[in-house]
Design a protein around this ligand. Structure first.
Ligand code: AMP
Ligand code: MG
Length: 300
């Protein structure tokens, strides 16, 4: 293997949570698979972002002509893990027209009237869309579990329910990419502190986040249980080291692009005679907006 910068090991392999994955042994400061630094990553983001943009447009175009497939990016992570940054810097690389982004907070009164998957189902991407969940149904196995917002015997049933739900979503044509942004406690403290130094970040600071930090080990155990029990082949988890924001963004860009390449998308063929349309256009006077000569019906 050469020393050239770039992905030397695909993140689809390097970051996938497999049997025996141990969060306790995970290094949030590592940059697995990537040879190079931040500047190299920025160049790669530009290159891969263009691919992602084209892939999303192909998915959208195919959706318009009846392809029912879609993509769902699920983002999880503790406060300040970088979920918002993924939405703006990765999802922001594609045309917002075909993207459906939903953030999940404390359930509203309306949401509480339904089962916990109701709001999730409502937010699923339609045919041709890229859906993004900023937090998700996994909060049932994170905040709800850590705080026993329902009895343990109840949240214990959620693992199987969520697996069944995701299997149904995948079978209906949605490619699911689940990304856990994993930061170190030290990095979280730095980020929370930085928010207090910047009035434009106050709105992101919640004094409760500091208290929640006290449950760090419980959250680690909750993530480990999710990785152990909710990692089917059709809806894998990717464990993304999040301390270096540039790495996490690069990795999610690559994971999303690779997942979309796996769909084998191509541009829809013309539903008209391209050559004949060129002839019609060539026959027109650029300055006279009159109708062109009559055309023969196209091939479809
Ligand atoms: P933020 O992502 O900063 O807007 O915060 C959203 C908050 O909503 C987090 O504290 C989540 O833990 C919380 N939250 C999300 N889903 C649920 C849920 N199902 N039950 C309780 N709290 C939730
Ligand atoms: Mg927050």
């Amino acid at each position: 293997m050469s020393g050239k910068q770039g992905w030397h090991h695909s993140p689809t392999e390097a970051l996938k949570v497999g049997p025996g994955f141990s969060l306790a042994d995970f290094d949030p400061g590592a940059t697995p698979g990537w040879h190079g630094g931040k500047a190299d990553a920025e160049a790669e983001m530009t290159r891969r972002g263009a691919d992602l943009d084209a892939l999303q447009e192909q998915l959208f175009a195919r959706g318009k002509e009846g392809d029912t497939r879609s993509v769902l990016l699920v983002l999880q992570g503790v406060d300040s893990a970088g979920k918002d940054g993924i939405v703006s810097h990765v999802v922001g690389l594609v045309n917002p027209m075909g993207v459906k982004i939903t953030g999940f907070g404390v359930p509203t009164e309306e949401e509480r009237k339904h089962d916990y998957l109701w709001r999730i189902r409502n937010a699923l991407p339609s045919a041709g869309q890229v859906g993004v969940f900023d937090r998700s149904h996994y909060e049932q196995l994170l905040v709800v579990r850590v705080h026993n917002l329902v009895p343990p015997a109840t949240w214990e049933t959620y693992y199987d329910q969520i697996n069944a739900f995701e299997a149904e979503v995948a079978a209906a044509g949605t490619t699911i990419v689940k990304c856990a942004l994993l930061i170190s406690p030290a990095e979280q403290l730095r980020r929370l502190e930085a928010r207090l130094d910047d009035p434009s970040k106050y709105w992101k600071y919640n004094p409760k986040d500091l208290d929640e930090r006290g449950n760090w080990n419980e959250y680690q155990a909750a993530y480990q249980a999710i990785f152990d029990r909710c990692s089917p082949a059709a809806a894998p988890w990717y464990a993304i080291p999040g301390d270096a924001k540039w790495y996490a963004r690069l990795a999610v860009t690559e994971l999303l692009a690779a997942a979309m390449e796996g769909l084998g998308l191509t541009w829809p063929a013309a539903t008209f005679d391209v050559a004949a349309e060129k002839v019609r256009i060539a026959s027109l006077d650029p300055d006279a907006p009159e109708a062109p000569p009559a055309t023969k019906p196209g091939p479809r």
